[in-house]
Design a protein around this ligand. Structure first.
Ligand SMILES: [Zn+2]
Length: 191
């Protein structure tokens, strides 16, 4: 199996140089995300598989990646509802697939509870934002869909690649505003 949990920061999944967890970046930061697990690095086979899924839509890959993520979920977040991060619109527009959507559908079929609570604002909505709203940053890119009165207290976000962690933190903040208490992150690759 390609993933390794050892020697990575429990809050951002970055490699740890020493034995101290969380890493120096996370230690002094007040973060809305309560822990992150990654299958592996954005390199080698995982990178190829994820790219294959994005641009080729190979459904066998989504099956395999979902199996790996289900086993992490069973070990680390058993029973916790998985919330997929909605795709960036531009990605879909340029002929790409939504790997997170494919994977989460497979996970749901394996019995994992899935909560599609989040929605990403379209370009039109962003254009209509005030300057102040835009300056507040990407937290405004996500919101909880209408019609979800009750949000479970514990949730785990699912995304494909984590780079700075801004997306996961934004989504976690939005969910916590709506009553979630612990929000974790599960990603295929850590860049
Ligand atoms: Zn960290």
């Amino acid at each position: 199996m390609p993933w390794s949990f050892h020697n990575s920061c429990s809050l951002c999944a970055a490699d740890l140089a020493g034995a101290d967890d969380p890493c120096p970046n996370c230690r002094d930061r007040n973060t809305s995300i309560d822990g992150v697990t990654a299958l592996g690095h954005w390199s080698g086979p995982l990178r190829e598989w994820l790219s294959g899924l994005k641009y080729g839509g190979d459904s066998r890959l989504s099956y395999w990646l979902a199996e790996c993520l289900v086993s992490i979920w069973k070990n680390t977040y058993p029973g916790v509802t998985v919330v997929p991060v909605p795709p960036r619109r531009a990605k879909l527009h340029f002929g790409g697939c939504d790997p997170v959507g494919l994977i989460v559908r497979r996970m749901g079929a394996s019995g994992v509870p899935v909560g599609r609570y989040l929605k990403r604002r379209g370009n039109k909505a962003q254009k209509n934002m005030t300057r102040e709203e835009r300056l507040e940053g990407s937290a405004l890119n996500y919101h909880v869909k209408k019609g979800h009165g009750h949000i479970p207290q514990d949730l785990v976000l699912l995304d494909d690649v984590m780079t700075t962690g801004t997306t996961l933190r934004s989504c976690a903040s939005v969910l916590k505003e709506r009553g979630a208490v612990h929000v974790y992150g599960m990603v295929v690759c850590r860049d």
